[in-house]
Design a protein around this ligand. Structure first.
Ligand code: SF4
Ligand code: SF4
Length: 385
């Protein structure tokens, strides 16, 4: 039978569909997605238009718009037609990335992928320095007799600010008597942001290598600090027919407190507000445990911001945006910190390395930013046990 060559137009449509981004069936262009997308708080951006373009196989090749989506999921939960908007965005990126079609305005993207591909972390750091954060903390290497694998992620392993979160976590786990270990130099990027940024091939390679390590080492239960690792291991690695028990640190600590293994004895007399990371809250429904853990701290007063829980305002760093430049005046994190300051919070706490990084940076440039502290939940808990 004679085969008819696909036209470039059809190639694009097929590519989007193959990648799971079928926008063809449902979208009726109501524009609800545009009204909830955080980008429209800082600039004009039409998700609706991109979905329309995807339907007709048009990929905005040189436009930065396709790379703006932070995969925060706000539009997906509001779409009356159930269009999987994130899948469409990701699928379009997947069509472009293998051909190297990335706007010149986001030059960092290729560099971070190259580093992850060569040494397993986005900054090109030495793999054998990956466990340096754990020095003198009595943290052992994972072996097949260890109950829990603690997977801190690239940020907590290498970044000077986030290392403190890994250290606070290890101290809490030790205090609670948890039998845990780390992979050290065998730990590698989970690949979550790589996939969101459109490099499916690299994501699959990382996932397979990590899964092989987990299986070889006899890992059954994985404890993560990053909601992005959590989501990758729980919801994306399962595509490879594996099924590890995956727990986020906020869930685990809440459980430890409930079982009396962690006693919150010291007072923390501060007004605190909690920011729901998109990949913990909207993507995985974990809203209550972090709040309940905070409420058990003596003296702590929890104040809610306007955009909380399902409506949480994205920090702006998901979907691979952590590796791209965002103009200072267009950062959602400015709005979020203003909200936190607005409810009288002395501390903005969260449970995600991307959020912490972005809020710490924003804090330095925002008027009144000096008056608020940014803390991971583990850091607060570590101060009060
Ligand atoms: S909210 Fe859903 S149906 Fe409405 S325009 Fe956006 S994608 Fe289409
Ligand atoms: S996922 Fe978030 S950032 Fe992306 S288009 Fe939807 S609302 Fe906007």
């Amino acid at each position: 039978m004679e085969t008819v060559p696909l036209t470039p137009f059809k190639v694009v449509v097929e590519g989007i569909k193959e990648a799971g981004g079928d926008a063809d069936k449902f979208c009726y262009q109501c524009g609800k997605c545009d009204t909830v997308c955080p980008w429209n708080r800082v600039r004009n951006f039409s998700v609706r238009r991109i979905i329309h373009q995807a339907k007709f196989g048009v990929v905005p090749f040189e436009s930065e718009d396709l790379w703006l989506c932070t995969t925060c999921r706000n539009c997906v939960q509001r779409c009356p037609r159930g269009v999987e908007i994130i899948d469409v965005m990701r699928a379009m990126r997947r069509v472009l990335v293998p051909d190297g079609v990335v706007p010149t305005s986001i030059p960092n993207l290729r560099g971070f992928m190259t580093s992850i591909a060569s040494v397993g972390n986005p900054w090109g750091q030495e793999p054998n320095e990956r466990a340096n954060w754990a020095k003198d903390l009595g943290v052992k290497e994972f072996d097949e007799h260890t109950e829990v694998l603690y997977f801190p992620c690239c940020y907590l392993a290498y970044d000077p600010r986030l290392k403190k979160v890994a250290q606070a976590t290890a101290k809490l786990l030790n205090k609670a008597g948890v039998d845990f270990g780390i992979l050290g130099s065998r730990e590698m990027c989970c690949g979550e942001s790589v996939r969101q940024a459109g490099n499916e091939q690299l994501f699959r390679r990382l996932a397979k290598e990590n899964i092989k390590t987990f299986v070889d080492m006899g890992v059954k239960k994985i404890l993560t600090s990053s909601p992005h690792c959590y989501n990758a291991f729980k919801n994306e690695y399962s595509e490879f027919k594996v099924n590890f028990e995956v727990v986020h640190i906020t869930q685990y600590l809440f459980q430890m407190i409930g079982e009396g293994k962690l006693k919150l004895t010291k007072e923390y007399a501060k007004q605190v507000t909690y920011h729901d990371p998109c990949y913990l809250g909207r993507h995985n429904g974990i809203f209550d445990q972090p709040r309940e853990a905070l409420k058990k701290i003596p003296g702590l007063e929890l104040r809610e911001m306007a955009d909380a829980r399902q409506d949480s305002l994205c920090c702006g760093m998901g979907g691979g945006r952590i590796w791209m430049e965002t103009a200072r005046e267009e950062r959602f994190s400015n709005l979020r910190l203003e909200q936190a300051i607005g409810v009288g919070a002395e501390v903005l706490t969260t449970a995600c390395p991307y959020c912490i990084t972005q809020f710490e940076d924003t804090r330095l440039t925002l008027k009144d930013g000096e008056g608020i502290q940014i803390k991971d939940i583990t850091e607060i808990l570590q101060e009060v046990v």
